[in-house]
Design a protein. Structure first.
Ligand code: PEP
Ligand code: MG
Length: 576
């Protein structure tokens, strides 16, 4: 019987394929007394050999998709599997305690993990060794128990990934050729899995609640990333309807593609800047292919997250240079690192916090003692790259004017330092802030005197204004981009910037939201930055609308509406 579920439409497109469950299997086992210890040792050898084969294959795949350096972690895992001391001890335990292979494996590897963890304060490398052993033990245990560990890198047939959530690095490993969509229990339009799905152009339905417990591996599912509908075991008619919806969407995309090189001009002749959000230099191609006029947000934290160490000044310089050159002189807003919240680094310990989204993150880290050195490194790399294009530097999570001043001072200092070292720095660099904390939105008039530009980060601005976690399904009804309170904050920022002759962009998901775009045009937003895949659709919409009508619409929404539904009705009637 077909079963229907509804989630959040997070990345456009439609797919029908078998489910691939990316969930951790149950690895529970019982400790059993055995008489035939030879048999247990043989079981262990078989499981070790199978694990080694799996890891070699994963490594080979990872080398192709992620590069030799990133794949090196699997060498460390393979080394654990052939460590004679540890394997000798496991076998010894089987014989001495007459216990099954599972129990002996766990006992000995636990001991090694405890040993290495105890040494990690003197030698940080030991923490990595402990993590490697833990990882490998899981795989060997799975092989002993005859259960399959999910290995997304090995997928070689068309599937829809079903998971609790997907981390950015898991998402980055997915091969678009085979992964036709993903469906998760948690997450929403602005979670980082949604951002990655959009960049990779993989349809996604997020926040279904409990898809992982409803669907079995290999079961057929249909997912519509345009509507948020998911059907498990769809009948023939449902499959046909989903496939049709997918084809219609592809047709629409082809129509939009014709606008790739067209200017973004409204029916009454006003130009808006349509920009793309990117996560790494490879995304520049998608931005250009989709006709973006700029990069409105380069989330540099992915550079940090995809590495096993703080990227050096030269490594960062190469990445920024590639993006600036790739955009051929079109403006590029580079956001300094926004670590914290749901974005973690394997090599930089963040404190456990009650409210990580309200805690030590982004510019707060950059300006603190613990993050100051890496901030200087990033700024130097950016300034050195500035001569290769049109650079705009942007600071995330600014609450105070004094935070902006402190960050800007570091930019100014590093310009002086670099020039003293004989390096060239462009003289047209703009320095601005993200407006994603309500305090900055309210005090925009004061900020506007000092910054070169604003870019409104609605993903965070909405969560902080509504006091509603952007990842929490239970309060997702409060996540209201078109709530008049949010619209008024946005209008305040835009007006404040214009009064000082500055400009305002938007790089949160709201900038590409087709219901919000008419309102934002009417409010005078200058730049709209969104996932590259939304650029052409937005250009098509803007071309059909008159700014003068949108000004009247926005004015009405700002002054007369009390609820989101009233705003939506107003927009629908004005854009029909
Ligand atoms: C935002 O908060 O709107 C934003 C663009 O930044 P991020 O989604 O990376 O927090
Ligand atoms: Mg943000």
């Amino acid at each position: 019987m077909a079963e229907k579920l509804k989630g959040i439409a997070a990345s456009s497109g439609v797919a029908v394929a078998k489910a691939y469950l990316l969930v951790q299997p149950d690895l529970a086992f019982e400790t059993i007394e055995v008489t035939d210890t030879d048999k247990e040792e043989a079981r262990l050898d078989t499981a070790l050999a199978a694990s080694s084969d799996e890891l070699s294959l994963i490594k080979e795949k990872a080398e192709k998709s992620l590069g030799t350096e990133a794949a090196a972690v699997f060498d460390a895992h393979l080394m654990v599997l052939s460590d004679p001391e540890m394997i000798g001890q496991i076998k010894e335990t089987i014989r001495a305690k007459k216990t099954n292979a599972e129990a002996a494996l766990k006992e000995v590897t636990d001991m090694f993990v405890t040993l290495f963890e105890g040494m990690k304060d003197d030698n940080p490398y030991m923490a990595e060794r402990a993590a490697d052993i833990r990882d490998v033990t899981k795989r060997v245990l799975a092989n002993l128990l005859g259960v399959t560990l999910p290995s997304p890198a090995l997928i070689d047939e068309e599937v829809i990934i079903v998971a609790e959530d997907l981390t950015p690095s898991e998402t980055a490993q997915l091969d678009k050729q085979f992964v036709k969509a993903f469906v998760t229990n948690i997450g929403g339009k602005t979670s980082h899995s949604a951002i990655m799905a959009n960049t990779l152009e993989i349809p996604a339905v997020l926040g279904t609640g409990d898809i992982t417990s409803r669907v079995k591996a290999g079961q057929l599912i249909a997912a519509n990333g345009l509507t948020g509908e998911v059907v498990i075991d769809p009948d023939d008619a449902t499959q046909a309807a989903f496939k049709q919806a997918g084809e219609d969407y592809q047709k629409q995309k082809a129509e939009w593609a014709a606008l790739k090189d067209a200017a973004t001009v409204t029916a009454d002749g006003k130009h808006f800047e349509l920009a793309a959000n990117i996560g790494n230099p490879k995304d520049v191609q998608g931005a250009n292919d989709n006709g973006a006029e700029a990069v409105g947000l380069y989330r540099t934290e992915f550079l940090y997250m995809d590495s096993d160490h703080f990227p050096t000044e030269d490594e960062q310089f190469e990445a920024y240079k590639a993006v600036l050159e790739g955009m051929n002189g079109k403006p590029v807003v580079v956001r300094t690192m926004d670590i914290g919240g749901d974005k973690k680094l394997p090599y930089f310990k963040l404190p456990d916090e009650m409210n990580p989204f309200l805690g030590w993150r982004a510019l707060r880290i950059s300006l603190s003692e613990g993050g100051n050195a890496m901030f200087h490194t990033q700024i130097r790399a950016l300034l050195r790259a500035s001569i290769y294009g049109h650079l705009r530097i942007m600071f995330p999570m600014v609450a105070l004017v004094t935070e902006f001043r402190a960050a800007k001072k570091i930019v100014d200092e590093e310009i002086v330092n670099l020039k003293a070292e004989g390096q060239k720095v462009a003289d047209n660099i703009e320095v601005g802030i993200m407006v994603e904390i309500p305090a900055a939105a309210v005090l925009a008039d004061q900020f506007a005197k000092e910054v070169d530009f604003f870019s409104i980060g609605t993903n965070d601005l909405i969560q902080y204004t509504m006091a509603a976690d952007r990842m929490n399904e239970q309060v997702s009804y409060l996540y209201q981009p078109y709530n008049p309170s949010i619209l008024r904050l946005i209008k305040n920022v835009i007006d404040a910037s214009h009064k000082e002759g500055k400009w305002t962009g938007m790089c949160g998901a709201m900038a590409g939201d087709q219901t919000a775009v008419p309102l934002l045009m009417g409010m005078g937003l200058d730049e709209f930055s969104m996932s590259a895949t939304s650029v052409l659709q937005t250009r098509s919409l803007m071309k059909k609308l008159n700014v003068s009508d949108m000004e009247a619409l926005a004015n009405k929404a700002l002054t007369e509406c009390a609820t989101v539904d009233e705003v939506i009705t107003l927009v629908e009637s004005a854009t029909k």
